[in-house]
Write a protein that binds this ligand. Sequence first.
Ligand SMILES: [Zn+2]
Length: 443
Amino acid sequence: MIPNTNAYWLANAHVPVPLLVGYPCAIAADLALVHLEIRDGVIAQILPGDQPPPSSAPIVDLNRGQVWCCFIDLHTHLDKGHIWERSPNPTGTFEDALRIVASDSHAHWRSEDVYRRMEFGLKCSYAHGTSAIRTHIDSSGEQARISLDVFKTLKAQWADRLTLQAVSLVPLDYFMTPAGEQLADQMAAVGGVLGGLPMMGEELDAQLDRVFTLATERHLDLDLHTDESDDPNAVTLRHVAMAVLRHGFTGQVVCGHCCSLAVQSPEESLKTIQAVKQARIGIVSLPLCNLYLQGRNPIDGQRLVESIAPRQTPRWRGVTLLHELKHYGVAVAIASDNCRDPFHAYGDHDGLEVYSQSVRIAQLDAPHGDWCRAITTTPADLMRLPTLGRIGVGLPADLIVFKARYFSELLSRPQSDRIVLRQGKAIDTTLPDYTELDDLITR
Ligand SMILES: [Zn+2]
């Protein structure tokens, strides 16, 4: 369908208006009808769709099919991915996920195992239409060297297809040790981002001070896992915001999850949101994983500790205050998080699934508004990738072409027949076969 020529027109394309940059849209509509000229791998012209497209090049009539820019996946765990069949999580709880991943990594995470599972994730992501991925990397002790070496190799091998960023993942007290300082150096060496898991406690602010100092010294951005629980007393996000302000930190800070914000009183959550806004922190929500992990309790309301306990139906969705954060001017993104591991049994690194499910989970509709930016433009900005995650003249023709014309069509089917263009050329969107990993994932 897409000609293998250097120039052609994608005619009669429906482009979500919030994804367009530098193109005047007179009417406040969800979708703009446009013709896109693709030339030498970039978007050369965007013309209004109310006139026939010029016949200067072959024309592909999309009949109002939607055209998106490629997805930007801001928060993943490629190093944990696809271990479910050898290390399942029988209770589906966060606590058991932590324990089971630790045991799996101890037993299996040598170079080849990490490489092949990470590469499997990249193949899925690329075929679904993603162009940039940030992955957290479990980084305690010797695992940092093993996994970061693999990351460096894959980053180089995939450089022409995917922009990859790595973030360290350790408990925050790790940075109080010499190993923590060494880890900061390792993250700087891979052009990465400093990250970790803050927990409530007397040492929290001192730990944050240390992390901010290490990041400042090395000119690193920060990306932290905050408050992934239903405990209303978990307010590490507010402590992170205060640390940004205390340090006058000028790097970009991203905080992921922030689930507990949704179980606090409106007064308490607003205090945090205002601090987050002032500190210019970007928030990334992981709706699929949070829906999966949060609210798993037995009938008696205690923590689930055995898989045979009579199960309560979950009462909450687990996601943070996406609408309120956005309303108060905070940059809000959504991302895929874990795929087929003890933190989330499902998932395939598909940006459309993340968006589609997030629309349902968090009601990112009525109107759809600019929520399409949450999986494109906003994460691109938070990853400092200003030419990705948007559609405009002169930008790379890294696009996804759907048959679906309207949001009701886009969000009702998996769009498995989507066409992914990279630099104007249609790529092979065949997904990797699950059997590729069979020799690693024996049970
Ligand atoms: Zn995560």
